[in-house]
Structures are given as structure tokens and as C-alpha cells.
Design a protein around this ligand. Structure first.
Ligand SMILES: Cc1cc2nc3c(=O)[nH]c(=O)nc-3n(C[C@H](O)[C@H](O)[C@H](O)COP(=O)(O)OP(=O)(O)OC[C@H]3O[C@@H](n4cnc5c(N)ncnc54)[C@H](O)[C@@H]3O)c2cc1C
Length: 597
């Protein structure tokens, strides 16, 4: 939307109100619609301007490329889905001292709902660039805004507002898109072709033949026919800078935006390095698929993967990291101290140093018909998206580690019948004590030991699994979802074996690299450095790392210091290198180039 001018657009009248217009499901009223106090309003006033509005003025509309933060000072504003179209609905209403928006405002996602003044009144409008400054410089407001935005995002996800995917569960394109939507935590709804009158009606309305499916309908935006991830994220304004917007040679390229990569990028940029962060699937990595990470220092109540990813992405933006999304690294070449990483879309980034943080990918079960059900009955993450797909059906989880335990706890909120299936005797050897205690106290979870899943049952959709126990007895278990958490493989294929690996394909670093595998035998690699000078590896992709979010974050942060050391040793100029005794706490300013103290 036009965020520069003080005029607001006038929308059509005749809005249909739903009965519970101001009563969205989920979250307490105070949580999802906090009322700002006088002091908070005063702070926000410094960043925005006030306007009078009349009933019908449009604050922002679905499809707007970006939108600003509005606070209602007098009167009322309504949030509307499908405004001006059949099925128009008011989602909620905001009154005096309440603000509008959800997390997409900060991530740069196109608006997918519209907001309209429903009475004459007055609003405070804070331009989106200024909201980012508020997030960086006003800690108490920033926390309130972030929490509210995340809660609203989760409520809207539950409602299925936002994008609409229409496609068949039997089509690989549909399943791929479901994965992209879920991993990027995009608010969306899936209208399944088979047996959905809504899907048929929408196809008729849009005049789209079944042969063109799957399609994604972006509210107020384009209709996308079987889009790739890049095309979809582009249409939503989320893919980040293209090749031509990137610096010629950056100081640091981080590949992979899980906790390790995000930490490396935040630290690199906060220390003044021109930093690019490239991510194939979604910010947050594996941790982004976790329903609740409970062992991250400083978060006694735990933190969802979604929140971790959102917080880290904000921090990266604040320090000026260039984030390139839907960008899969496919090659690495190095010459004269510069490294060039090629991407699947044909782009390439040249950098003085590279941190590889590509993590690991889940293992799959060796089952017939697995591909048929992946994304539509078989899942590798347990977030709100998957829980929504399983509704209240019984579910089975395979795996005895912490991720399986967390999934069981999370899914037991929506399903009364959660089966945790493990091959071993007990959970004791593979799961943290606190999770075992929670599972033992939870009457909705049944642990089935010494058992394996041997087949997937169901004609058009997953209806159950076949089990085999250690006494060779088989049985069938009726479930609507199978969740698989059985470990992961390193994502190093794109390096084509150029860097030294251990027997399982994880990257060797530092003194663990046999001398014969060093690219330069005279040189000693630093702790997190791979067999190639200037190329580092952190987190789950690194051989010998502790496969945990906190350790990936620690390694990502620490690698930046080592990058500086390597660049100094090779004589590459770097902006303001950090000193070992430097305390960079005061570097928290919203520019990338601000010198460290
Ligand atoms: C469901 C689940 C729950 C978990 N819960 C916990 C927990 O409670 N506590 C805890 O400490 N740990 C937990 N873990 C483990 C933790 O998430 C991982 O240890 C951590 O995410 C590793 O971080 P990373 O940055 O090294 O790699 P990852 O998180 O794996 O991130 C790697 C990123 O790189 C991207 N990538 C891969 N290849 C390419 C490429 N070629 N080009 C561009 N990008 C690429 C991937 O898409 C991904 O986003 C959990 C894991 C899972 C799956």
C-alpha cells in the first residue's frame, strides 16, 4: 500500500458482518488485542502520524505489497477477509488504543486481509520502516508487538485465512506446495479437489480447468499455477534480494538459515560484515518445525520454533543481513581467496568467507506408498499446520528422541489418542527425563515399545498403519496422521565431496581433518574451519557437533570470530574486526555498518 501519503482510500460499503465478528477463536482478548497505555502510545507517536478517518476508509487492503502499523485512537477499524467478494467476512474489530497487524507486517509479506475504518475516528499510522526501528529500539513495545503478532498469526493459521491452495492429494505438486506453506508458516487453507464442493465452486468462479491444478490464490494478488517455491515467495514479497540487488563481493555468505546460520548471520552483520544469508526452504531450519523448544537458555516456558525463527529473522533484519530465500545452494568453487556459491535459480554470490550451516534432513521410513502420503498423512514436523490437518483423529509418532516426545506432547492437545511407537524397550536411553515425565503423566499418550510400522493403510487417505512387534505379531492401528522422527542425514550433497567429510557425510572441521585431506598441507585449520581455508561449518552439518539448537547457535556465533581471524591472516580487508575482548552488546543499532565499540 502507499505508505507515504496521509490520505486513506475509501472502500465499498455493504460489508457483511458475521455473528462473531469481534470474537476470533483462540488467545485471550488481552493477548491478541492489547490496549496500549498512554506511555506506549506516546512512544509510538514519535514514529508515526495521526489522521482522521471516516467510515469506509481503507487502512490497508489484501494484496498491498507492504502495509503500515495502525493504532486506533478513536472509533473502530475492522479486519476483513475477501473484502468486496462473495463470502466477505469480518474477522475482528479493533477499538481505542488497539493496533492492527500480524507477523507478516514485519517479514514483508503482502497483506492478505483488508482493514477498514467502520466508524469515523482517528488513527496513528506508523510506516513499516519505522516499525522496524521501534522493534530495534523500544524493547518493551517491541516485545508486546511481536507477541501479539505471533499470537494473531497462530489464530489466523487456525482459521485458514490467507492463501488458498487447490489441488489433489494425489498430485506431487500439491504435496510439495503443502510442504512449502507449512515450512514457511504461511497462513493458508487447502481445498482438496476430491470431494470438496468449495474447491469446485472456487474453480468455477476463477474459471480454472482441473488440468491446471494445483493453484495458489493469493488474496488481492496473482493466481499461481503450480508455482515453484521461489515464485510463491516472490508473489508474497518474501524471497528477498535478487542477484542484482546483492553486493558484488560480500564479506560473509552464510548458507542455511536454521539456528546456526541465523546466529552466524546476526553476529557477522552486527560486527559490521556485509553479510548474505541464503536459505532453501524456510527460516528456522529444523528448529522452525519444533512445536516447543524447552531447553533454550532464557526461555523457561519454552519457545516455539516459529517464534525462534521470527525473532531471529527480525534480529537479522535489524543488523542489515541480506536474506535470500527459496535459494538452494548447488555449487561451491573457490579461487584466489574468494568463494563463489551458485544457486538453483542461476544466481551466484561471491564472498570472502562462507559459513556452511545446511544442517540435516529427516530420515524416511522404508515403506511402500510413502511418497503418496507424504504431506497428506505422513509428516516430519509437528506444528500447528500438521495438527490442523489431523484434526482430532488418533495419530502415531515413530521415534524415541526428544523431537518425537515434543511432538507427542503437542499433538495430545488436539488428539485424545496419541501413539508413540518405538523399536527399543524404553524411552530412557533416547529421550530427556523432563519429556519422559511429561509423557508418563499424559493420559492421552500411549507408548508402544519393541514395535515397528511396516505399512501404510488407506485408499484415498491415510486411515491407519500396520504394526509388527518383537514377537512377530502384526496389528492394525487406525490413525489419521503418522509423524516420523527417526534422525537425519547431513545436507552436504551440493558440495560434491569437495570438503573433507566423516564416514556419514558430516563435514570435518579443525583438528579432526586428517592432514592428507587438507587442501593446503602447510596450513592449520581453525576450530570450525573445513578442509578449505575460509570455508567454515557449524551446527548439525558439522561432524561431532551436538545436534541441538543452542549448540548450533553457539557455533554460528563463534564461527564469525574465526572468520575474522582467517580473513586477517590472509590479508583480506574486513570492516572493523571484533577484538577477542570486545563486548559487542552495544552494537545493537539498526544498521549493518555501525562500528563495534
Ligand atoms: C521436530 C524437532 C524438534 C527439535 N527440538 C529441539 C529442542 O527442543 N531442543 C534442541 O536443542 N534441539 C531441538 N531439535 C534439534 C535442532 O532443531 C537442531 O539441532 C538445529 O535446528 C540445528 O540447527 P542448524 O542450523 O545446524 O541446522 P538446521 O536447523 O537443519 O537448518 C539448516 C538449514 O539449511 C537449509 N539448507 C539445507 N541445504 C541447503 C542448501 N543447499 N542451500 C540453502 N539452504 C540449505 C535448510 O533448509 C535449513 O533451513 C529439534 C529438531 C526437530 C526436527
Amino acid at each position: 500500500m502507499d505508505s507515504s501519503a496521509g490520505r486513506l482510500r475509501t472502500g465499498p460499503g455493504g460489508i457483511i458482518l458475521t455473528r462473531n465478528a469481534a470474537q476470533p477463536a483462540g488467545g485471550s482478548q488481552a493477548g491478541r488485542s492489547p490496549v496500549l497505555d498512554a506511555a506506549q502510545l506516546e512512544v509510538l507517536r514519535r514514529y508515526g502520524r495521526e489522521y482522521d478517518v471516516v467510515a469506509g476508509d481503507v487502512l490497508f487492503a489484501a494484496g498491498d505489497v507492504t502495509y503500515d502499523l495502525f493504532v486506533v485512537l478513536a472509533g473502530e477499524a475492522r479486519l476483513i477477509e475477501r473484502r468486496g467478494q462473495p463470502g466477505e467476512r469480518v474477522i475482528t474489530a479493533y477499538g481505542r488504543s488497539q493496533f492492527l497487524g500480524e507477523i507478516g507486517l514485519l517479514t514483508g509479506q503482502r497483506a492478505f486481509l483488508s482493514a477498514v475504518a467502520s466508524t469515523a475516528g482517528r488513527v496513528l499510522r506508523v510506516p513499516v520502516e519505522q516499525v522496524r526501528v521501534v522493534m530495534a529500539q523500544e524493547p518493551s513495545l517491541s516485545e508486546l508487538i511481536l507477541r501479539t503478532f505471533l499470537l494473531r498469526h497462530s489464530i489466523l493459521t487456525g482459521r485458514g485465512s490467507g492463501l488458498t491452495l487447490i489441488g489433489s492429494r494425489f498430485d506431487p505438486g500439491t504435496r510439495r506446495l503443502l510442504e512449502v506453506l507449512a515450512r514457511n508458516r504461511l497462513v493458508s487453507k487447502w481445498l482438496e479437489l476430491e470431494g470438496s464442493p468449495d474447491a469446485e465452486a472456487m474453480l468455477r468462479e476463477l474459471d480454472v480447468p482441473v488440468a491446471d491444478l494445483p493453484i495458489v490464490v493469493v488474496p488481492g494478488g496473482p493466481l499461481l499455477r503450480n508455482p515453484g517455491s521461489r515464485e510463491l515467495l516472490d508473489a508474497l514479497g518474501l524471497s528477498g534480494p535478487g542477484d542484482t540487488d546483492l553486493p558484488g563481493v560480500c564479506d560473509l555468505l552464510v548458507v542455511g538459515a536454521g539456528p546456526g546460520g541465523l546466529a552466524a548471520a546476526v553476529y557477522g552483520a552486527s560486527e559490521g560484515m556485509a553479510t548474505v544469508l541464503a536459505e532453501d526452504t524456510a527460516l528456522g531450519g529444523q528448529a522452525g518445525t519444533s512445536s516447543r523448544i524447552e531447553n533454550l537458555l532464557g526461555f523457561p516456558a519454552g519457545l516455539s520454533g516459529e517464534e525462534l525463527a521470527a525473532r531471529a529473522a527480525l534480529q537479522a533484519q535489524k543488523f542489515g543481513v541480506r536474506i535470500k530465500q527459496a535459494a538452494r545452494a548447488v555449487s561451491l568453487s573457490s579461487q584466489a581467496g574468494l568463494h563463489r556459491v551458485g544457486f538453483d535459480d542461476g544466481d551466484a554470490v561471491t564472498a570472502k568467507s562462507v559459513i556452511i550451516a545446511t544442517g540435516a534432513r529427516y530420515n524416511r521410513l522404508p515403506l511402500a506408498r510413502l511418497a503418496e502420503f507424504e504431506g497428506v498423512g505422513v509428516y516430519y514436523a509437528a506444528t500447528q499446520m500438521e495438527a490442523q490437518a489431523c484434526r482430532t483423529d488418533p495419530v502415531a509418532i515413530v521415534g524415541g528422541g526428544n523431537s518425537a516426545g515434543q511432538a507427542a506432547m503437542f499433538l495430545s492437545r488436539s488428539s485424545a489418542d496419541v501413539h508413540l511407537i518405538i523399536r527399543g524397550e524404553t524411552l530412557q536411553t533416547s529421550m530427556s527425563r523432563y519429556l519422559i515425565d511429561q509423557i508418563e503423566r499424559n493420559p492421552r499418550i500411549t507408548v508402544t515399545p519393541r514395535t515397528q510400522v511396516t505399512a501404510l493403510l488407506g485408499k484415498d487417505q491415510l486411515e491407519g498403519v500396520k504394526l509388527l512387534d518383537s514377537s512377530q505379531r502384526t496389528s492394525a492401528l487406525a490413525v489419521g496422521g503418522l509423524f516420523v522422527f527417526i534422525g537425519a542425514q547431513p545436507r552436504t550433497g551440493w558440495l560434491a565431496g569437495q570438503l573433507a567429510e566423516d564416514a556419514h557425510g558430516f563435514l570435518l572441521t579443525g583438528s579432526n581433518i586428517p592432514q592428507a585431506q587438507l587442501e593446503d598441507r602447510e596450513w592449520t585449520p581453525l576450530f570450525l574451519e573445513t578442509s578449505r581455508p575460509g570455508v567454515f561449518a557449524v551446527g548439525d552439518v558439522r561432524s561431532g557437533s551436538v545436534k541441538r539448537a543452542a549448540t548450533a547457535i553457539g557455533e554460528g556465533s563463534m564461527a564469525v570470530r574465526l572468520v575474522f581471524e582467517r580473513l586477517q591472516a590472509t590479508g583480506s580487508a574486513v570492516t572493523d574486526p571484533p577484538r577477542a575482548d570486545t563486548d559487542s552488546r552495544n552494537a545493537a543499532v539498526p544498521t549493518a555498518k555501525e562500528p563495534s565499540p
